[in-house]
Design a protein around this ligand. Structure first.
Ligand code: WT7
Length: 648
């Protein structure tokens, strides 16, 4: 192991043509911190404004917490992502769409075509009564209509809330109700890895609980047989057939809401993360351009789903704002086989490929053969996002996928941050496998101990951000107090990320994972409290405690300790039933990997479940259980250790 390289210098060939080299990064970073107003004003001139701003930054992390950027400015995001490019790159491909089935025809949509479709769909939304400020829920698979729908909302100032197509009817209805949407956009069915996802059926179940939804626009995708409700449901293609493609872009105030995206926290229901207009767009565009070193002839592929923030900022808004060609892939990396991604890379000459460690680990397990079957000569840059990447997967990605030629940009950020926060610039930053490296422009990371004291130099602690950046979330939809409480009260005056982090002697950041009750399953966030409430909703369950544990492929797996009601007996059948129950309540991403029957849970004398102990048992680290003498009944720990489940 000792001869493994730990630092990968910027390849000379890459540095020569890169947008930003080391000296320029240092200079721009210093300016962004010392003179944020000047720095961001300069960067913002790259966008098309309807009205210039009066004030660049007006932010306060104390008290009620108020975050405003570019006040007085007016801008439209769809205009910036589409119309602006029509004159110079109207015929350039904006979106390449690759379907799930490798034999089915894909689509190439030019900037002009996309602009026209967006204007038409904007008129469809208007015809359904959607006006500026109204919320529109989007529950679509990875089809171009998802991009069209999102941009059409942005064009008329409606606020979109995209719900990942893997979520259950219950999760969908909860999100529709929380933001008060009256219009839903969905499809007959989705397709993933050759399997159909019953989206319209799910939507119908969800809408039983959403009386305020008056219109459902349905994309015909698989042609599957579905029910259409008279007076409520309309087909996308029919509605699009008789509208004009003329639709002016609504002038939006810089701080008008753009979208809501629900994400799990350590307590309660998922929060509606609210992002606004100008600052978000600027931050998504700028980070996309510099971190991915975007040139006009790049073919850029981010493998995320539009249902997550990565899809919002780095499939859609960032790339289109930069006039790039962005690839949307409907399928999964391992179907029909583990060579699929590399076939797609060769088919379209992908130059930049951005994926998640969980996908890399899954492909790594299949060996080199499926990779080596492809050329991948077009690739010049690789990216990683979603969770810490283990150095073994990093090196495989670098050596096998990138043939030792392509830098890897490991990007740390969150739904809340809107865009990348800590990541290498490929022409400027030497890489260390497993480290997201250095902060991006305007980002001031601070590592604090549990008392909130900032630590200097090499250290480890809780990761906070000291000051605002333009892409930051502005509020929790409908609950600003929860926003201030969740992110700004633990370490007053700072934004707390919920992540643990180490800084090494070179100033490089190493994210160590969540320090709250959020687990990261395959790069997706799951609140333990959500899984617990799904479990206790089952009639046979008395109590449940859920923790994460190390999982070879997923990064973290979901480990549930379940206490049954008295009179109920544990069985394999019941275990399966509970797993299916949780999938049905939340969605497949919440599937418990392991369920351990717990006659009792370790609690303090005041009745608080001691998760620290449950986490250690799940991770098979019971040597270090620490002091259990404060437990109400220390014997439950022995039982739990003795009956621990073995994962992976
Ligand atoms: C959490 C945010 C926005 C990215 C997609 C997930 C973890 C994300 C990294 C990385 C280490 C990472 C953090 C963060 N995370 N990227 N490159 N290295 N950890 O977005 O669902 O909002 O989750 O994902 O723990 O807090 P999300």
């Amino acid at each position: 192991m000792s001869d493994l390289k730990t630092v990968y210098p910027v390849p000379e060939a890459f540095a020569r043509d890169a947008l930003i080299d080391k000296a320029r990064y240092d200079e721009m970073y210093a300016r962004s911190i010392n003179d944020p107003d000047g720095f961001w004003a300069e960067q913002a001139r790259a966008l098309d404004w309807i009205r210039p701003w009066d004030r660049v930054k007006n932010t306060d992390f104390t008290g009620d917490v108020s975050i405003r950027w570019f006040e007085g400015g007016q801008i439209n995001i769809a205009q910036n992502c589409l119309d602006r490019h029509e004159a110079t790159r109207g015929t350039k491909t904006a979106i390449i769409w690759e379907p799930d089935d490798p034999k089915a025809p894909g689509r190439r949509i030019s900037y002009s075509e996309l602009a026209a479709e967006v204007r038409r769909f904007a008129n469809v939304l208007k015809a359904q009564g959607v006006a500026k400020g109204d919320r529109v829920t989007i529950y679509l698979p990875m089809v171009p209509e998802a991009a069209v729908a999102m941009l059409a909302c942005a064009r008329i100032g409606a606020v979109h809330s995209v719900v990942f197509a893997g979520f259950s009817p219950d999760s969908l209805s909860g999100r529709i109700t929380d933001c008060g949407s009256t219009v839903l956009i969905t499809a007959d069915e989705g397709l993933r890895g050759g399997r159909k996802v019953p989206l319209k059926v799910n939507a119908d179940k969800a809408l039983d609980h959403c009386p305020d939804v008056t219109a459902v626009v349905v994309v015909r995708h698989t042609g599957g047989d579905i029910a259409m409700k008279d007076g409520r449901d309309i087909w996308w293609h029919e509605a699009m057939a008789d509208v004009s493609d003329d639709c002016p872009a609504e002038p939006m105030d810089a701080e008008d809401p753009l979208f809501i995206l629900y994400t799990s926290g350590s307590t309660g229901k998922p929060k509606g993360v609210l992002h606004t207009t100008a600052g978000y767009l600027l931050y998504a565009a700028l980070t996309h351009k510099y971190v991915f070193d975007i040139k006009d002839d790049d073919v850029y592929w981010c493998t995320a789903d539009v249902g997550w923030v990565t899809g919002h900022s780095y499939i859609l808004y960032g790339p289109l704002a930069n006039g790039a060609t962005t690839l949307m892939f409907e399928g999964v990396p391992t179907w029909p086989d583990a060579g699929r991604h590399w076939e797609v890379v060769d088919k379209y000459g992908v130059t930049i490929y951005y994926t998640a460690p969980t996908a890399i680990r899954a492909l790594m397990r299949e060996g080199e053969a499926p990779v080596k079957r492809s050329s991948r000569k077009s690739l010049r840059l690789l990216g990683s996002v979603g969770e810490p990447i283990n150095p073994e997967a990093w090196r495989w990605y670098y050596d096998v996928v990138g043939d030792g030629r392509c830098p890897i940009t490991d990007t740390w950020w969150q739904t809340e941050t809107g865009g990348l926060m800590i990541a290498p610039l490929p022409g400027a930053t030497d890489l260390k496998p497993g480290s997201a490296t250095l902060p991006l422009f305007g980002v001031k990371p601070v590592i604090v101990d549990n008392e909130g004291t900032p630590l200097e130099g090499a250290c480890e602690g809780n990761l906070c951000i000291a000051d605002s950046w333009p892409g930051q979330m502005r509020s929790v939809y409908g609950d600003h107090e929860r926003f201030a409480q969740t992110y700004f009260s633990t370490f007053p005056g700072m934004y707390f990320t919920g992540d643990g982090c180490r800084r090494d002697a070179d100033g490089y950041y190493w994210i160590t994972g969540r320090v709250d009750d959020v687990i990261n399953v395959s790069g997706h966030r799951m609140g333990t409290a959500e899984v617990e409430s799904a479990l206790v909703a089952h009639p046979k369950v008395a109590e449940a405690a859920v923790v994460g544990y190390p999982h070879e492929l997923k990064g973290q797996g979901i480990y549930a300790y379940v206490t049954l009601k008295s009179g109920e007996t544990p069985s394999e059948a019941l275990r399966k039933e509970l797993v299916a129950w949780v999938r049905n309540e939340i969605g497949p991403i919440a599937t418990p990997d392991l369920i351990q029957w717990a006659p009792g849970l370790p609690k303090t004398r005041s009745g608080k479940i001691m998760r620290r102990i449950l986490r250690k048992i799940a991770a098979n680290e019971h040597e270090g259980l620490g002091d259990t003498s404060t437990l109400a009944d220390p014997s439950v720990v022995e039982d739990l250790v003795g009956n621990r489940m073995n994962g992976n």
